[in-house]
Design a protein. Structure first.
Ligand code: IMP
Length: 458
């Protein structure tokens, strides 16, 4: 059977912890989109591991698959694998031959484009990992796939086609001199060929590449449980998110099928668990109707730290929740839970269950609010509008809940749901009712045992 894990908000909902929670029952963990933009921290036997590409399950001895929908930077992949091996682990990672490769010039172009956009305050606030430019080349049919690294002739042919085009973009569109780039070899066919052919040899020697759909289907036929691990979140999905402030792939449940090569029926026939952070955070630019305070450089129109109406509250939640990017270290923007966003996410992915995280972070507040609906042009909306500019104009209609006192996460997790303070249960039940979806798990602390498990999807 399969369980698909989907971020219901803007990423950073605590997906890794939930993947981990159900991990014991899983044999294979497959990522279906994104690349090394997906920072996740895994704590295993007292050791902390920070990963951005390797699926978290690989740390616990599960087979980790990077599906065809992923974009793979072999430099990052092998760095992470080598680091894990140096720390005594033996991760088993397989990579789809159909997945696209992030080449050094993709990162260069990501940086240049963001810089140019920042002149008019239009930057997306990307992670700078070259994600967008790689998916652009995939869609433009000029990408290099992991399988191409295994074939010297094909690799050279692909590089000879694409590199001059990229060089022309750098020089003629952006007016830059390639020699002045931090990594001038990023646009040198021979240097790229040598480095990436070597990665191809390593992929081959370690028998890491697979036909992902066939590999996963065979695993399921052998009775194995597969988890599809989504990265990022619904509102930064390229189709269903707040375009253009999005990542360039589909973190929603449909992406799990397309991005691994199993049928939609396989994904839909299993469980789809929506991961919800009990409040909201966002890295990078774009609207956020329930935002408290703001972050200079990311919150639109917010030029000076300290000017937001609920600055202290935002600061408090950011510090309590450790809301700083895993990949970039940037402070995250903070807001109240946004129900129109969650209704949209639930419809797009068809959640069969929820995991609601970080309720401990809100403990100790006198009151907790949620954006229950929006008002746009005098009309009440229960779900997000499709146009980002309209979303920016939405005013959140807040609903107030009594706060709950601080509690001991380990005790509450071991005693179960009824041990959660009553006001926190009221909050959970409101979310379940509004989304018509049961909460399978409730995160009450950052540790592995600090989650109330009400139901295992396996
Ligand atoms: P990119 O994926 O690096 O192209 O970044 C595009 C947008 O997605 C930016 O706003 C990023 O901050 C956001 N983003 C990408 N990956 C993550 C993630 O793992 N968590 C939260 N935000 C992310």
């Amino acid at each position: 059977m399969t369980v698909t894990i989907v971020g219901s908000q803007l990423g950073d909902e605590g997906k890794g912890g939930i993947v981990d929670l159900y991990g014991d029952d899983v044999d294979v963990v497959a990522r279906y989109q994104g690349g090394d933009n997906a920072g996740h921290t895994v704590v295993h036997e007292g050791e902390e591991y920070k990963l951005s590409l390797v699926p978290s399950g690989a740390i616990r001895g599960k087979v980790g698959v990077l599906g065809n929908g992923c974009v793979v930077n072999p430099r990052t992949l092998f760095d992470e694998i080598d680091t894990l091996q140096n720390r005594g682990l033996d991760p088993d990672v397989r990579v789809a031959e159909r997945a696209h490769v992030i080449l050094p010039f993709h990162r260069v172009l990501d940086g240049i484009e963001e810089e140019v956009k920042s002149e008019t305050d239009d930057e997306v606030g990307t992670t700078g990992r070259g994600i967008g430019p790689t998916y652009e080349d995939k869609a433009g049919r000029r990408g290099v796939r992991v399988g191409d690294l295994l074939d010297p002739d094909v690799l050279r042919e692909r590089l000879e086609y694409v590199v001059p085009q990229k060089r022309a973009v750098v020089e003629d569109v952006y007016g830059l001199d390639v020699a002045d780039l931090d990594d001038p070899d990023a646009l040198d066919v021979d240097a790229l060929y040598e480095e990436f052919r070597e990665f191809g040899r390593r992929f081959e020697a370690e028998e890491m590449t697979v036909n992902a759909g066939a590999f996963l289907t065979e695993a399921m036929e052998n009775g194995q449980n597969v988890m599809f691990e989504g990265a990022q979140g619904t509102i930064i999905d390229i189709d269903h998110g707040n375009y253009p402030y999005v990542t360039s792939s589909n973190p929603t449940a449909g992406g799990a099928a397309v991005g691994t090569g199993v049928s939609p029926g396989v994904v839909g026939g299993g469980e789809v668990v929506g991961i919800v952070k009990g409040y909201l955070t966002r890295v990078g630019s774009g609207p956020l109707p329930t935002e408290l305070g703001g972050v200079v450089g990311d919150t639109p129109g917010y030029d000076e730290q300290g000017e937001g109406e609920n600055e202290d509250l935002a600061h408090y939640i950011r510090e309590e929740g450790g809301e700083y990017g895993t990949v970039t270290g940037r402070p995250r923007r903070v807001g109240w839970l946004d129900m129109p966003m969650l209704r949209h996410a639930t419809r797009v992915s068809g959640f069969t269950g929820l995991a609601i995280n970080h309720l401990d972070v809100l403990a100790g507040l006198d009151e907790v609010k949620v954006g229950h609906t929006y008002t746009l042009d005098g009309e009440e909306l229960r779900s997000m509008p499709p146009r980002t500019e309209q979303w920016a104009d939405c005013e959140a209609n807040l609903r107030r809940f009594e706060g709950w006192a601080e509690f001991d996460p380990a005790t509450v997790a071991s005693e179960g749901y009824e041990a959660l303070p009553e006001n926190a249960r009221t909050y959970v039940e409101y979310i379940e009712d509004e989304l018509d979806t049961p909460a399978y798990a409730i995160g009450v602390g950052p540790g592995r045992g600090e989650t109330i498990v009400r139901e295992s999807p396996f």
